[in-house]
Design a protein around this ligand. Structure first.
Ligand SMILES: [Zn+2]
Ligand SMILES: [Zn+2]
Length: 394
């Protein structure tokens, strides 16, 4: 039964010329409304959720959107393998998607800490089955030095885990939840109006299928308790802003014996007063004394591993960039080391003594046009301009 695929713009309810923001907003609204965690057991909602996610996956990606606009569904077919779109599997591209879902379902929406995939909310149909814990994201701000050399950090994560008293059931030990009579334990009720059948979460048991008459005191019947866990994080050498460290099994603990989620640590590197970073290369600006710039000589350049010597040739001007190879940052994956780029600024001496002034005057008197070729060229341009102007009788 092959049904015709719906137009992605129609799915999201946006115009064909809708901007990125509008597309995002429309998707967010639909995802919130139809997310499986909010509509347990509602296959239609899940289908709508998948449909919206697929549409968003295409329309939020400029290239895919272009292909879709030009060739329709055929143009973007290949990106969704034989199993169709799977937002949980398509992990790498969907970082934006994660952000959106993270802020919808996150524990502290948009804060430093948020929860994404893996289902942050408890499934309502708690049949006692094991469930994998949610993946957690932790944004960590680190100093430039820590990023360059690597370091160890103690972090505290707020996590949610099964209540130990009731083993995650939410029911006081020794008692059992009652099957909800209103929905017969299914958690959903179907009402019909005219042609339409509307399937809703059972209002009596809030979609749980059962009623907990004796909630566990330690978790107030939630089955989960919020707690904090400390862990030591090894930051590898060479990480940058946006680097993502994955700590398998360090995310939210699984429920009822299910496996733990993973922890993703995203690093944010604070800016450094001297060094700017461009991938594995470092940039820095450095003054050079006037006499060294004129006569040539050696200066000390700061690198992340102590000073390095830099030979400055005679006649070096402000703005010139020198490269010192292998004094940059070690790439954490490639094991290669970047360079350092030094842009020099000639420093003009101030506070001259009368003896120094006298020497400079002597120097000045000895200077000829050939010492300042550019000044001379410029002077000639200007002169030609006025001469020509005169000839034209202006
Ligand atoms: Zn409990
Ligand atoms: Zn019910």
């Amino acid at each position: 039964m092959a049904t015709k695929k719906k137009d992605y713009y129609e799915v999201l309810g946006v115009a064909r010329n809708a901007g990125a923001d509008e597309v995002k907003k429309a998707y967010r609204r639909l995802a919130m409304k139809n997310h499986p965690d909010r509509n347990p057991g509602d296959a239609a909602a899940e289908a709508r959720f998948k449909e919206a996610s697929e549409a968003y996956e295409v329309l939020s990606d400029p290239e895919k959107r272009r292909n879709y606009d030009q060739y329709g569904h055929e143009g973007v077919k290949s990106s969704f393998g034989p199993g169709g779109f799977d937002f949980r599997r398509d992990f790498t591209h969907a970082s934006d998607l994660q952000d959106i879902l993270g802020s919808i379902f996150g524990e502290s929406g948009g804060g430093i800490f948020e929860e994404f995939f893996g289902g942050g909310r408890r499934r309502s149909q708690s049949t006692g089955g094991a469930r994998r814990g949610a993946d957690l994201r932790f944004d960590l701000e680190i100093d430039f030095e820590e990023a360059v050399f690597g370091s160890e950090r103690e972090i505290t994560l707020p996590i949610t885990k099964d209540c130990e008293t009731c083993n995650g059931s939410g029911v006081k030990p020794g008692s059992r939840p009652e099957t909800c009579k209103h929905c017969g334990g299914s958690g959903a009720v179907v009402s019909s109006s005219g042609f339409f059948q509307v399937r809703q979460a059972c209002p009596v048991c809030a979609g749980q299928g059962s009623i907990n008459r004796n909630p566990c005191r330690d978790c107030q019947g939630n089955g989960r308790v919020r707690t904090r866990t400390r862990l030591t994080l090894k930051i590898p050498e060479g990480v940058d802003t946006g680097s993502r460290l994955r700590l398998a099994g360090k995310g939210e603990p699984g429920s009822r014996g299910g496996p733990n989620g993973d922890l993703f640590v995203i690093t944010h590197v604070r800016p450094h007063p001297v060094f700017k970073r461009q991938e594995e290369d470092l940039m820095c600006e450095q003054p050079v004394p006037l006499d060294i710039a004129m006569l040539g000589g050696e200066i000390q350049v700061p690198t992340v591993k102590g000073f390095a010597k830099l030979k400055v040739p005679a006649g070096t001007e402000s703005g010139k960039i020198f490269r010192i190879r292998g004094k940059g940052i070690r790439d954490p994956h490639q094991r290669t080391v970047g360079d350092i780029h030094v842009r020099v600024h000639v420093e003009i001496p101030s506070k001259l003594s009368s003896k120094q002034k006298k020497l400079i005057r002597e120097l000045s008197e000895s200077m000829t046009e050939s010492n300042y070729p550019r000044t001379e060229t410029f002077r000639q341009y200007a002169q030609n301009f006025y001469e020509r102007k005169e000839k034209m009788g202006q």
